[in-house]
Design a protein around this ligand. Structure first.
Ligand code: PFF
Length: 469
């Protein structure tokens, strides 16, 4: 079944596989989305459910995507053709849906990444030095505010658009360098640095006066807060966090080395990613409580807390700049994996050169992404346009995270669980019999056939409003 393709690029070593995959998982999801969703959904209770989702659904779906990718050494669409042996197989719809999800996520993700780049610039130029609690909120409003409808455009209101274009230029440049020279080189250097900086940030946050309340908020499980919407939003976050349900891990799996222990890689990536989210939470919540802010402040939480933590320490200015720089890197490595999904599809299925595919996709994302940037709040230029009650930014987020990713994850679980032979799965996951992991493979197969689909059907029915708890 496996089709070794000598000309096809891939990662060079197990370490490169680990860092590239972790580079996809770790991103704005950990530092921006995880803290604000945890804050909005009651802290510890949300966290507990999130852990369960990662173990019961996240890791098994990730292994399934790795299996599909490495077994076929193809992109998210072509892999289904190879595995079913039918070019017209309806299962390739999963891959096409993944390509669509990659665009939708990138439209808003590149906007938030632009805010991070902008904060990084402000930090490096000393504009965040000595910022006070009262100034952080208005500053955030100014950074995201892409003009007010009816008022003339100014340089300040155009800045989020300019930063979004800068983001896409950086992503496109790295991607055009290829899998090894671009993705692998960048992720291997930056991931360890990110860990280090978050830990420094944690040490300061945890020694602020009143930090204990933040720790308590994050770890105290109040079972009364575990409601159906909390469970379902934790499941959706697990998908977004681990870059699952849209073929990213199929595409990356197709670049894996032959001797990679894929079950272990999935476990290690999920554990490290969750650790980064926890470390981000441990930096943010003690600060929130120490400064008497609201944990449920929403998407601005990161931008309003982190500058305050660093203000409280020696060399805070430079450390803050480094923190935002590394957040830029985390966002960038996650975006590399997102855009790699359509690029691999264009190159292999539509026979377009890698450079042309990269330019086309990055320009498309930057252009359509403008709609997200200009709709962030309802007073923005495009803020008044609503679809099902949501502006462009929220619509892209909702459609991708709440609909396409859970649906994609469900289809992937069902496809691997029911349409692939046990021997093929065991052969691939044991590296053609060189690993003695038969019992793990059987446990994995049981979960993918029964446990993950059951949970995913619940989340999907709820997302589309068919089932309300
Ligand atoms: N996992 C990334 C994050 O948490 O920021 C976001 C993401 C990347 C989602 C790649 C989906 C994806 F395919």
């Amino acid at each position: 079944m496996s089709e070794p393709n000598i000309k096809r690029e891939g990662f060079s070593s197990g370490l490169a596989v680990f860092f590239a995959t972790l580079g996809s998982a770790v991103g704005l999801g950990n530092i921006w989305k995880f803290p604000y969703l945890t804050g909005a959904n009651g802290g510890g209770a949300f966290l507990l459910i999130y852990f369960i989702c990662i173990v019961c659904v996240g890791v098994p779906v990730m292994v399934s995507e790795f299996y599909i990718g490495r077994r076929t050494r193809k992109n998210a669409v072509g892999s289904f053709k190879v595995l079913t042996g039918k070019p017209g197989t309806p299962w390739k719809g999963i891959g096409l849906m993944g390509v669509a999800a990659a665009y939708l996520i990138m439209f808003f993700y590149s906007d938030v990444a632009g805010w991070v780049y902008f904060y990084c610039f402000k930090a490096f130029t000393g504009q965040l030095a000595g910022i006070t609690k009262d100034a952080v909120g208005p500053l955030f409003g100014q950074v995201i505010g892409a003009g007010t409808a009816g008022q003339p455009l100014s340089a300040a209101t155009l800045s989020p658009l300019v930063w979004q274009v800068i983001v896409m230029t950086v992503v496109g440049t790295i991607l055009s360098m290829g899998v090894r020279g671009g993705i692998e080189r960048i992720t291997k250097t930056l991931m360890p640095l990110l860990f280090l900086l978050i830990i420094i940030c944690d040490i300061r946050a945890l020694t602020l006066p009143g930090a204990g309340k933040g720790i308590d908020f994050l770890f105290h499980v109040d079972f009364s807060k575990i409601t159906a919407p909390v469970i379902l939003s934790a499941l959706g976050l697990a998908f977004f966090k681990l870059s699952l349900g849209m073929g990213t891990m199929i595409t990356y799996g197709s670049y894996f080395t032959d001797d990679n222990h894929m079950i272990q890689t999935a476990g290690k990536v999920a554990a490290s990613d969750t650790l980064v989210s926890m470390l981000a939470g441990l930096a943010i919540f003690p600060t929130v409580f120490s400064f008497g802010m609201e944990p449920s402040a929403g998407p601005g939480l990161l931008f309003m807390t982190i500058p305050l933590v660093f203000n409280q320490m020696p060399f805070g200015g430079i450390l803050l700049a480094c923190f935002f720089l590394l957040t830029c890197f985390a966002a960038t490595t996650a975006m590399l994996s997102l855009v790699e999904v359509p690029i691999a599809y264009f190159v292999e299925e539509l026979k377009v050169s890698r450079v042309k595919a990269t330019v086309f996709n990055c320009v498309l994302i930057a252009l359509v992404g403008i709609t997200a940037t200009l709709s962030v709040d309802s007073s923005s230029y495009l803020g008044q346009y609503k679809f099902f009650g949501k502006g462009f930014f929220d619509l892209y987020d909702y459609l991708s995270s709440n609909i396409i990713l859970p649906l994609g994850g469900l289809c992937i679980a069902l496809f691997v669980g029911y349409c692939n032979k046990r021997e093929d799965i065991a052969d691939e996951l044991s590296n053609h019999g060189t690993l003695a992991n038969a019992s793990t493979v059987d446990a994995y197969r049981f979960i993918i056939r029964f446990v993950s689909p059951a949970l995913l059907i619940l989340v999907f029915l709820n997302s589309v409003g068919i089932l309300k708890f």
